[in-house]
Design a protein around this ligand. Structure first.
Ligand SMILES: [Zn+2]
Length: 181
């Protein structure tokens, strides 16, 4: 993102646009679970205060990769607010390259464990299937149980609640007092 300083009027300037995905200068590594999948988009307001350039707004980009929770494909947009300032030299500046600043803003917004959706249901702990793909057939506590249906029919609990007995409190074993004096 090249900001033409010359266009900055007394009220600053509003800018909106995008840089191609190559702006990320991304090198795939086996450690990375996501990679940029489209242009780096920005919507900014730039203003000059004396020689100080102040830029605010937002930058974001689409990413794709593998969900850290379910192992399925991931396709999401991540970004963050932009707020930066830069002292410009007295003369000879017609434009300022903000590409690396915007790139940093976006990369810092990437979660350390990216998931395909914030509410990704993950994997079934019993069979290991992705829950997002549909029911796996394993019973789990979220399925309605037969007693629940009977309760609904007869308007009250029809069965004894089998709660495990309270564990008996063990008498405290006296340990050697190792407190520092
Ligand atoms: Zn997922």
């Amino acid at each position: 993102m090249i900001l033409p300083v010359a266009t900055l009027g007394p009220d600053g300037v509003d800018l909106e646009g995008e840089d191609p995905v190559e702006a990320f200068d991304w090198t795939d590594s086996p450690r990375e679970v996501v990679r940029p999948a489209g242009p780096l988009r920005w919507k900014l307001h730039a203003e000059l205060f004396g020689r100080e350039l102040v830029v605010t707004g937002r930058a974001e980009a689409p990413f794709e990769g593998t969900c850290c929770r379910c192992g399925g494909p991931l396709s999401r947009t991540w970004g963050d607010a932009v707020s930066l300032s830069r002292e410009l030299p007295e003369e000879g500046v017609s434009e300022v390259d903000l590409t690396s600043d915007l790139r940093e803003t976006i990369l810092l917004a990437l979660p350390s464990n990216p998931v395909c959706a914030d509410d990704c249901p993950g994997l079934c702990p019993r069979c290991g299937k992705r829950r997002a793909d549909g029911p796996c057939g394993c019973a789990d506590e979220t399925e309605p149980n037969a007693f629940g249906a009977l309760d609904a029919l007869f308007g009250g609990p029809t069965h004894e609640q089998h709660t495990p007995p309270e564990p008996k409190k063990k008498p405290r074993t006296t340990t050697t007092d190792k407190k520092r004096r």
